[in-house]
Design a protein. Sequence first.
Length: 431
Amino acid sequence: MFSWQNYSVYLVTSWVFSAFVVVWSLLNLYLRAIGWDYLQIGLVLAIVSTTSACARIVGGYVGDAVDRKRLSILAMLMAGVSHLTIGLFTDFAAVLLGLMIYATMDIAKGGSSAYIMDNIPQKDSGLALSLFSAGRSFGVLTLIPFGILVPIIGFCLAMRFCFVTAGLLFFVCTAARAYLLTSSVQKESAPNVPLWKDFIRKNRYAVSLLFRIMPGVLVVVILDSFSDALFQYGTLLYTNEYLGVSISGITIIVLVSLVVSVPLLLKVGRFSDERGVRKAALIVYGVMPVCAILIILAPVFPYWVPSEIVEIAEREVTGFGAVFSMPFLAFVLKQINDTLWSLVLLTLIQKRLPRQDTAKILAVFWFIVYLFMSLGPFVGGLLFTYANPSQLFTVVLILNLVILVSIARAGLVGRNDEPAEPRQTISASRQ
C-alpha cells in the first residue's frame, strides 16, 4: 500500500481532517449554547444534509471527468473555509453559511475519495481503508486540549477555538496536497448530447448498477442512515439536558470512544478481507440495538456502578463520573460500531464495483444515504419539541432490530457475500 507515494500523502492529510471530525459530535450542543432551539437545529441540519446529498450526486459526475487531484485539493480548501467561518462568527447567517459550505464540499469529495479507492489493491482493501477510518482516533489530540479549555474559557469559546484551529490546519493540508500529490486524470470523451442529458444518463447507469449488484445493501443503508441520524441528533442533547451529564463528562465519553475504536477498526478491516463481509456485518451491527436499549433505560438506571464510585470519580477528575453512566456505554458502543459499520460498507463497495465509474457510483450511494439521513434531524427536532425525547430512541431500536434481522436472513449482497472479481481491472502501471 505504501509503495504508492500518493497513498501516504493522502493518508496523512486525511488524518488531519479526521482529527477534527470529532468536533462535529458536539455541534448540536454548541448550537443550543449559542441560542438555537431544537426544531431550528433539526431543520437546518436537514437542509444541510439534503444539500450534501445533491452535492454528492453532482460530485460523482465531476469526479469521473476531472483530475481527481484537483478535487482532493478543493475538498480540503472548502473544509478549511467552512471551519474558519463557523469558528469566527456566531450569528445565525454566518453559521448557516459555514454549514452550507461544508455540505457543498461533497461536490469535490466524491472524486477525492475515488482518487484513493481506485488505486488500492483489492486484496488489501479492507486494511487500507481501515487506516483512513482509524484517523478518527487522532480526535484524541483535539479533545484533550478542548477538555482543558472548557473550564477555563467556557464551552462556546472552546468550540470556536477548535473550529478556527481546524480551518488553519486544513489550509496547510490544502497546500500539501497541491504540491505533493500527482495527477490522476479521469477525463472522458466529450459527450455528443447536452451536458444535462449526459449527467442523467450516467447517473441512471450508476443507480441501476447499484440496484443490480447490491440491492440488499441499499435497503439496509436507507434504514440505517435514518436510524443513525435520529441517534446522532438526540443522544448528547438528551444526555446533557435530560440526564444531567456535564460538558466535561460528555467530552470524556467522546474521548474514550475514540481511544478504544482504533484496534477494532484494523481488526474488522482485515477480518472482512479474510472471512467475508456478511460475518463482519453481523458482528458489528449486532451491538446497535443494545445502544438504544441503554439510553432508554438511563432515566431509571443512570449508572452501572454504585453512586459512591461515581462521586469519587467526579471528585478526582471533573466529568469523569460520566464514564460510569449508561449514556457512556451507549455512546461508546454506538460510535465504535458506526465507524466499523462504515468500514464494512466501504470495503464492500470497493471489492464489488467496477473501478472506472467509482466516483459516480460512490456519489449515488452517498446521495441515498444523505437523502434519508436528512429526515433524521427534522424528525428528531419534532420529537424533542412536541413529544417525549425518549421516544426517539424507541424508534431507533425498532429500526435496528429490523436491519439486524434483514442481514441475518438475506445478507447484504448475496448468499455468501463473497467479493466478486471487478469487471475491469486497472493497468499494471497504475497498480
